[in-house]
Design a protein around this ligand. Structure first.
Ligand SMILES: NC(=O)C1=CN([C@@H]2O[C@H](COP(=O)(O)OP(=O)(O)OC[C@H]3O[C@@H](n4cnc5c(N)ncnc54)[C@H](O)[C@@H]3O)[C@@H](O)[C@H]2O)C=CC1
Ligand SMILES: CC(=O)C(=O)O
Ligand SMILES: [Mg+2]
Length: 602
């Protein structure tokens, strides 16, 4: 039962007994309340479960042990991913506890790269729907369909995608729902966001993926993507419905295509608390990695000479975050700061004479005179620019060749090289090669996880194992979301994003020891999220956008206030309440009771 905390408020995630109006088989099939073999003897009696379960009562730890054995017996990562999806549908606490206890091992199975395989196979692996599917041809029903999820107060965090540019594997149509689900699972496991107060959404606008269009089992709209005004009206209707139904919710855009990602962010950012993970999340985590790298190389932002290969949603998102940091740090204009960044896309270096550049790329165009008569390919740019940082967001595998990397390393002692394209097979270079080509000098972080690399790189050729940081927006988006939700920020401002970067940098192992990774790993992810959330909340208060009252000012209290509201995967004793008497004591649990009872939308 929830109660006010020492801070005099009702925490977002509560502890103590959990009210439940369900019994028998309905309860056993309910992912939020189900405990399986861990129902206590009293609960078995009170909730009509005694004949429905084998007699032995087990602990959560024993269940985790069994689930881990079952997981380990699955032959490959996709089968492991499918197993975990089923487990989540059966028992939320067990699923999140298993993940919690084995996170470093399972992270790449529930997230990139394996989740990408699951998304590509969505219509083949489909067993049970999860989330909300909105149909562009049913725009009149958007409000109604969204309302089926629950009542106004019940949603804190929404992830929405239109499935056009998923995790580096392109257009996946309605299978994109799985990226919304996966990102939300990470908000829970990494930042303790209540799993029952989140909402995954896919906007089904069709797909341009021929394979899906020709697949008779494809579950989404089998037609080409609808674009233009009809698309914009659909998104607008969705946003309006979100504001009406879930006025407190924070909206996370994920994996929209290049033509829409930034455009939608720019449109809605001044109106609602929203965030684009590919633009802003990637920008924040990469800036944090750069700060850590510069700390190791003993350089400052004024020393940055950054080349970004692949100037799409993520690439320009990174450029903006770095440019703004340089401008603030050096006290110069954004135009001046942009001179330290070079963008390369399919036509080569982007210059004033390059055709079809986007509004977002324009601030970074170089003068055509500067590049007249010169090659515009990556090798020439590296030769001319002599960058100390090279980032890949191109989806072009192996594009950072030995020659290019060695050219870069011939100008700087410790090149910072971040191949960020996902999934693993699309990385611009793999860490083992980067380290070998630079004799262990490169400071590397990657978009997907890689195993540590062994090599003779120590003093006098001593064998050393170098850990590789994962530079993925997953390091930062859960904490940004947590901070925004807890402060009930009405907008997500630039200063809150800068604060989030600082929250990650403070946790970077490389700040204390320059032989270790640039970014914190998943083993400390909850601490990272607290650090990020704290900074985000403080910035929201300073900016005057925090609505929540009573946010503690003292840092230690603020940390406690944050941690107290994070959801933990533990079983809570169930307390039976009559359906009529079911109160909303434990904030957030009512959606479950409501949906099972068939609560009508208001
Ligand atoms: N590590 C992380 O946290 C993140 C990684 N990513 C990854 O970054 C990659 C790009 O994602 P988005 O920016 O969303 O896609 P996008 O499609 O918006 O951008 C890709 C860009 O690369 C360019 N490109 C393609 N071929 C090229 C070539 N041969 N030479 C130069 N440029 C070329 C494209 O024209 C486009 O501008 C994906 O693999 C994605 O998974 C994206 C977001 C976060
Ligand atoms: C990590 C991520 O958001 C992406 O690859 O799209
Ligand atoms: Mg993404």
């Amino acid at each position: 039962m929830s109660s006010t905390s020492k801070f005099g408020h009702l925490p977002l995630s509560s502890t103590g007994p959990l009210e439940c109006a369900l019994k028998g088989t309905v309860l056993l099939k309910h992912q939020y309340f189900n405990k399986g073999s861990a129902f206590t003897p009293d609960e078995r009696r009170d909730f009509e479960l005694s004949g429905l379960l084998p007699p032995r009562v087990q602990t959560l730890d024993q269940q985790v042990q069994r689930a881990y054995e079952q997981y380990s017996a699955r032959p490959d990562d996709l089968a492991k991913n499918t197993f975990l999806t089923s487990l989540k549908e059966q028992n939320n606490v067990l699923y999140f506890r298993l993940l919690h206890d084995h996170l470093p091992e399972m992270f790449n199975v529930v997230y990139t790269p394996t989740e990408g395989d699951a998304i590509q196979n969505y219509s083949r692996l489909f067993r049970q729907p999860e989330g909300i599917f909105l149909n562009i041809h049913d725009v009149d029903r958007v409000h109604h369909d969204l309302s089926l999820w629950g009542l106004a107060d019940d949603v804190d965090y929404i992830v929405v995608t239109d499935g056009e540019e998923i995790l580096g594997i392109g257009d996946q149509g309605c299978g994109g729902i799985l990226i919304s689900i996966a990102k939300l699972a990470l908000t829970t496991i990494c930042a303790g966001i209540h799993p029952n107060r989140v909402l995954p959404v896919v906007l089904d606008c069709g797909t341009d993926n021929e394979k899906l269009l020709n697949d008779p089992l494809y579950l989404g709209l089998r037609e080409k993507r609808v674009r233009g005004k009809q698309y914009d009206d659909f998104v607008d209707t969705f946003i309006k419905a979100v504001r009406e139904l879930y006025p407190k919710a924070y909206l996370h855009f994920e994996d929209f295509g290049l033509g829409n990602a930034r455009r939608l962010l720019n449109k809605y950012r001044p109106q609602i608390p929203c965030f684009n993970d590919d633009v802003q999340g990637t920008g924040c985590v990469t800036l944090a990695a750069i700060f850590a790298g510069l700390h190791v190389t003993k350089q400052k932002l004024e020393d940055v000479r950054l080349v970004i290969f692949g100037a799409g949603t993520a690439g320009v998102g990174i450029a903006d975050q770095v440019r703004d940091a340089i401008a603030t740090e050096r006290g110069i204009s954004k135009e001046e700061a942009a001179k330290q960044i070079w963008l390369i896309d399919k036509p080569g270096i982007l210059a004033s004479d390059t055709d079809n550049t986007t509004d977002a790329q324009r601030p970074y165009l170089k003068s055509e005179d500067e590049w007249k008569g010169k090659g515009r390919d990556l090798m020439t740019v590296v030769q001319q620019v002599k960058p100390n940082i090279l980032i890949g967001t191109s989806t072009v595998p192996r594009s950072f060749t030995k020659e290019i990397v060695q050219e870069m390393a011939s100008h700087v002692d410790r090149p910072i090289i971040l191949p960020l394209s996902n999934p693993t097979r699309l990385h611009e270079a793999v860490p083992a090669d980067l380290l070998e080509w630079t004799n262990g000098k490169a400071l590397v972080a990657t978009g997907s996880p890689f195993k540590p690399v062994k090599g003779p790189w120590g003093e006098n050729g001593k064998e050393l194992e170098i850990e590789i940081a994962e530079c993925n927006n997953s390091v930062v988006f859960p904490g940004i979301g947590l901070g925004s939700i807890l402060s009930r920020a009405k907008l997500l401002t630039d200063k809150m994003l800068v604060a989030a970067v600082n929250g990650v940098v403070e946790m970077s192992p490389a700040l204390r020891d320059d032989t270790v990774p640039l970014l914190p790993g998943v083993d400390v992810v909850r601490d990272v999220s607290v650090s990020v959330a704290r900074k985000v909340i403080q910035a929201a208060v300073e900016e005057g956008v925090a609505i929540e009252e009573g946010i503690p000012e003292v840092e230690a209290d603020l940390d406690e206030w944050i941690r107290e509201q994070m959801w933990n995967p533990v079983y809570r004793p169930l307390k039976f309440v009559n359906k009529e008497g079911a109160s909303r004591e434990a904030k957030g649990e009512m959606r479950v009771v409501g949906s099972v009872e068939g609560r009508k939308p208001e």
